[in-house]
Design a protein around this ligand. Structure first.
Ligand SMILES: Cc1ncc(C[n+]2csc(CCOP(=O)(O)OP(=O)(O)O)c2C)c(N)n1
Ligand SMILES: [Mg+2]
Length: 556
């Protein structure tokens, strides 16, 4: 008799071939054969408390490792619970595979337990969504799904595997099992050489250029090319999303607080790997007279919402390296030529920084959120991965917290999903045990997925959690107060005074409460030293709001 293999074991082989060494999951009878396959392939199984967390963790794993992440959830409610995580990965261009269970093919549309039209539901928020039709094809279709994750800008794929397809055993020689490194090609593109020449020309003529390094700079692992580019051509750089930390704070080309000024005054603006979405004011805030260049992995993003002077589709690193090389002979003495422009921006930057400094040093009680995010920023090391998960408090941190290394900043991305924090911390710590992980939560955001603190304890994944607690969904409350008046502003946004430090202790972690701003730093130190998953609950002033919240820029 020939050797046989089951669907679940074929899934595990296909994951292994892709280099996936962990799956995030919440169990169900439809999917247990995948676990059994993971045992054989040496793939770790991290079981969480909510499928949303499993999907966010797969997203986070992809961002941290550069490999696709994988979440496995059961049919029906398991899959619907994971929808938010897939949607977040879709908007954030994060390559992950969600595998959902499904009722047996033999009971198709008969009303089996947990049966739902998963593929129809997932199609608009994935790059690829399909049913696996036969056991022989399981590994083949998993590899297909991974291939599709890398079509243009990366993103998620979804597969549902009917229970009878997953559990059945087929002769080994009948199953197609793609081998590692032999079933998909690199999709990195260098960009049109003519367009690179044009960019080099524009750079040679620009007196006041600036560059925005977006999330794809990290996705493409283009850090070195980006640094070489800005240094060789003496171009001031702004960073957003996962692109934060490409240059360390203090670097002469690192700018943050003068972005609006630069976008108004520049004569050449190069946008790398970030769309003209709400975070960019849909491109409307760029000087109408500046030349605008957009570089992106996705042709659909280039020129969307705003006209551009030059668009280049491809890999940020390859394009920036080629452009720097092409321009190098054409710009004589780039550094000297642009010194005045950099000095001008630095002066704007310094002024903005100094204006805010008293707030960052505030001794007020309840604590000024600026003080909290300032303390966090000072506390971060080169090896601390920073995660922001919340509303107003995270808007504060976006202005003040500067990651010290590339790939050390995580936020949900343009879906603005509350509840990513615990999952990102889980994935970051699991994938990079050598790193410290610090997550700042709003109290509202924390409570969406906070039970997975228990998973952090169970899998011994120490991290420093900080809850900026204002007993409110404050970012929404501000908009209600502004629109309907203070007396009607407390509807639907008020939370209890929960001592999240006690919650951490209940679940086996380290916890503290902080009311005195002078105690923030020592509490952070103690959390670091505890070596446990921790929550420092910092009571912040509910009556102060971040500027971004007050001018409601997220809706503009
Ligand atoms: C999943 C999800 N639900 C709702 C929202 C809308 N929302 C944006 S900010 C916010 C308030 C968050 O409160 P908290 O995390 O406590 O932060 P705070 O604004 O109080 O600092 C809400 C509910 C969202 N972005 N994501
Ligand atoms: Mg809050």
């Amino acid at each position: 008799m020939s050797e046989t293999i089951s669907g679940g074991h074929l899934v595990a082989k296909a994951l292994k071939a892709e280099g996936v060494d962990v799956i995030y999951t919440l169990c169900g009878g439809h999917i247990i054969d995948i676990y059994d396959g993971c045992v054989d392939e040496g793939i770790e199984v991290i079981d969480v408390r909510h499928e949303q967390v499993a999907a966010h963790a797969a997203d986070g794993y992809a961002r941290i490792t550069g490999k696709p992440g994988c979440a496995v959830v059961t049919a029906g409610p398991g899959t619907t619970d994971a929808v938010t995580g897939v949607a977040n990965a879709f908007r954030a261009e994060s390559p992950m595979l969600l595998i959902g269970g499904q009722g047996a093919l033999s009971q198709h549309k008969m009303g089996s337990l947990q049966d739902l039209p998963h593929v129809d539901m997932m199609t608009p928020i994935t790059k690829f969504a399909a049913t696996v039709p036969s056991t022989e094809r399981v590994a083949d279709i998993v590899s297909m799904a991974f291939r599709e994750c890398y079509n243009g800008a990366p993103g998620p794929s979804f597969l549902e595997i009917p229970r009878d397809v997953l559990d059945a055993k087929v002769p080994l020689e009948k199953a197609r099992i793609p081998q590692a490194g032999h079933y998909r090609a690199s999709t990195r593109q260098q960009g049109d050489p003519e367009a690179i020449e044009q960019l080099a020309d524009m750079l040679a003529h620009a007196e006041k250029p600036c560059i925005l390094l977006g999330s794809q700079v990290w996705t493409c692992r283009a850090t070195d090319s980006a640094i070489d580019f800005v240094r060789a051509l003496n171009v001031p750089a702004y960073m957003n999303g996962s692109g934060r930390g490409t240059l360390p704070p203090g670097d002469p080309h690192h700018f943050q607080l003068s972005r609006r000024y630069a976008f108004t005054e520049a004569d050449l603006i190069i946008i790398v790997g970030t769309p003209f979405d709400f975070r960019m004011g849909y491109g409307k805030r760029l000087s109408p007279t500046a030349k605008v260049v957009q570089i992106d992995l996705d042709y659909r993003t280039v020129g969307k919402n705003r006209d551009i002077d030059l668009g280049i589709v491809g890999d940020a690193g390859l394009i920036l390296a080629a452009a720097a090389q092409a321009a190098s002979g054409r710009i004589q003495d780039a550094a000297a030529k642009r010194k005045a422009w950099l000095d001008e921006l630095r002066a704007v930057e310094t002024q903005a920084y100094e204006k805010r400094l008293p707030r960052q040093h505030s001794d007020a009680q309840p604590i000024d959120p600026y003080r909290l995010v300032h303390e966090i920023n000072e506390f971060l090391t080169e090896d601390t991965i920073y995660i922001g998960d919340g509303g107003d408090i995270v808007t504060f941190s976006g202005q003040v917290v500067q990651p010290k290394s590339p790939g050390h900043w995580m936020d949900p991305g343009p879906l603005g999903t509350l509840g990513v924090g615990m999952a990102f911390a889980m994935a970051a710590k699991q994938a990079r045990r050598d790193k410290e992980v610090l997550c700042l939560f709003g109290d509202g955001a924390f409570s969406l997925t906070g039970w997975d603190f228990e998973t952090m304890v169970r899998f011994d994944l120490p991290f420093i959690g900080v809850v900026g607690n204002n007993s409110s969904m404050n970012q929404i409350r501000y908009g209600q107060a502004a629109k309907y008046g203070e007396d009607r502003a407390r509807i639907g946004n008020t939370l209890g005074d929960i001592k999240y430090g006690e919650f951490a202790k209940l679940l086996g972690g380290y916890g503290e409460e902080v009311r005195d701003p002078a105690e923030i730093r020592p509490a952070l130190e103690r959390a670091r030293e505890s070596g446990k998953p921790s929550l420092i609950n910092v009571w912040v002033d509910p009556e102060v709001y971040a500027p971004g919240t007050m001018n409601q820029t997220m809706y503009k």
